[in-house]
Design a protein around this ligand. Structure first.
Ligand code: UD1
Ligand code: MG
Length: 442
């Protein structure tokens, strides 16, 4: 009878203790966002599909990073002595792990779960597996030197490479995978005799080879493996992520008139038969139901747009806004924490904040909810079918009844009952013969 063993689920170490000097930023590099989400969270998302345990190596002064990766385990690298030294900090947590451990870099956030699976699979037939790519511009990536069997002989860092080695197109992506016990033994043995006086993770390859192990490279596209070290590389990665989000939107039934001009957030949800005109920005937390049209130059965040609604052009929907089915929000209209009822219309030049607007209501051009008295925010309620005339100021807290009519130019400070007419403006007076007669002749 054979012995059955439980499948060994690999673990991951994500290195994120570096300062990211090339970003010239006060915040840790891996907290810079791609499609509105810190880059390290993109990576954690992919890792969670493959690894049973994730340990993040952070610097000693990075509370915001610790919060961002919680509840994953964290170890602190007190001195930044290089990627090899950083990985070794996870030894107390993963040294006894039964199975493989992969080491990833937090600034390499676009790797797909499928590529990580391929890496883990390749390790089964080698002592160590790593991810490699052939970037259009190999720049300062470490170069992967192959032997005559096309196995990996070593990785040479750009700073240490000869001109001949720099001519190699195959680059180290910065992800390796090996059995836990081997990995930590090799990490403990590497030195820092190199251009940067750092303990390089990449030196474990020579350790593995010295023990007679095979080291194999799994190639994947640059789009997934690019590292982010500067703002320019951040922008390139953002473009990559946006391309993916647009393709997914179109595959899901969204028409985009000018896809390159629409900016999504990682969590943007779009239904079928949504039409997006050019130049639209989606911040976090937007969901758009079927059949919605969003017209050009609109900015949406934290809002829900229900089926058949029409937004824009030039609309701004801020957090907490709900646009009920078939409602219209037109140009230069801003909504904040406001529900616009089914079929209601606010078509021109309005600020609607902290308001509930009933179905079928019509909000005239220039209507403003005066929701803030300098200390607190107050609500405005507008009943179903109400008609708010142009240039109305609604001084909250205030309630406008169903089917009420508010005359244009009113400043409404008191509640208006259902079906009533409210006029609150200076009376017009007309003086016959007092018209304009030219300069100084009045
Ligand atoms: C590294 C690789 C290089 C590879 C490239 C891919 C090494 C020595 N070099 O270079 O071969 O082509 O990534 O993008 O590994 N970190 C720590 N502690 C440290 C130093 C770094 O946690 O002491 C972290 C950083 O936060 C970062 C990651 O390790 O997330 C990689 O460090 P980075 O300085 O960006 O290495 P590269 O120069 O890009
Ligand atoms: Mg890097």
């Amino acid at each position: 009878m054979g012995v059955t063993t439980a499948p060994m689920i690999p673990a991951a170490i994500i290195l994120a203790a570096g300062l990211g000097t090339r970003m010239r930023s006060a915040q840790p590099k891996v907290l810079h966002a791609l499609a509105g989400r810190p880059m390290i969270r993109h990576l954690i998302g992919a890792c969670e599909n493959v690894f049973g345990r994730i340990v993040v190596v952070v610097g000693p002064d990075m509370p915001a990073l610790e919060d961002t990766v919680a509840p994953r385990e964290v170890v602190v690298q007190r001195e930044r002595l290089g990627t090899g030294h950083a990985a070794l900090q996870a030894a107390p947590l993963l040294g006894g792990h039964q199975g493989d451990v992969a080491v990833l870099y937090g600034d390499n956030p676009l790797i797909s779960a499928a590529t990580l699976q391929a890496l883990v699979a390749a390790r089964q037939s080698a002592g160590l597996a790593l991810l490699a790519m052939r970037p259009a511009d190999p720049a300062r990536y470490g170069r992967v030197v192959l032997d005559e069997k096309s196995e990996v002989a070593r990785i040479v860092e750009w700073a240490d490479a000869t001109a001949e080695e720099r001519a190699i197109g195959l680059c180290n992506a910065g992800v390796i995978c090996a059995p836990a016990q081997d990995l930590f033994r090799w990490l403990g043995a590497i030195g820092n005799n190199n251009a940067k006086r750092e303990y390089y993770l990449t030196d474990v390859i020579q350790q593995a080879r010295a023990e007679g192990k095979r080291v194999v490279a799994v190639e994947a596209p640059e789009a997934e493996l690019r590292g982010i070290n500067s703002r320019a590389e951040l922008a390139q990665a953002e473009a990559e992520v946006q391309r993916g989000l647009r393709e997914a939107a179109m595959a899901g039934g969204v028409t985009m008139l000018a896809p390159d001009t629409v900016h999504f957030c990682h969590d943007t949800k779009l239904g079928a038969d949504v039409v997006l005109e050019p130049n639209i920005f989606f911040g976090p937390g937007v969901s758009v139901e079927d059949g919605v049209t969003i017209r050009a130059f609109s900015h949406l965040e934290g809002c829900m747009v229900k089926r058949g609604a029409v937004i824009g052009p030039y609309a701004r929907l801020r957090p907490g806004s709900v646009i009920e089915p078939h409602a219209h929000v037109g140009n230069f209209v801003e909504l904040k924490a406001t529900t616009l009822g089914a079929g209601a219309k606010a078509n021109h030049l309005s600020y609607l904040g902290d308001a509930t607007i009933g179905a079928g209501a019509n909000i005239g051009a220039g209507t403003i909810t005066c929701n803030y008295d300098g200390v607190a925010k107050h609500r405005t309620e507008i009943g179903e079918g109400a008609f708010i005339g142009s240039d109305t100021a609604l001084v909250a807290p205030v309630k406008i009844g169903a089917r009420a009519l508010v005359a244009a130019g009113s400043v409404i400070t008191q509640d208006v009952p259902d079906d009533a007419l409210a006029i609150a403006r200076g009376r017009q007076s007309v003086k016959p013969g007092r018209g304009f007669k030219g300069k100084g002749k009045r």
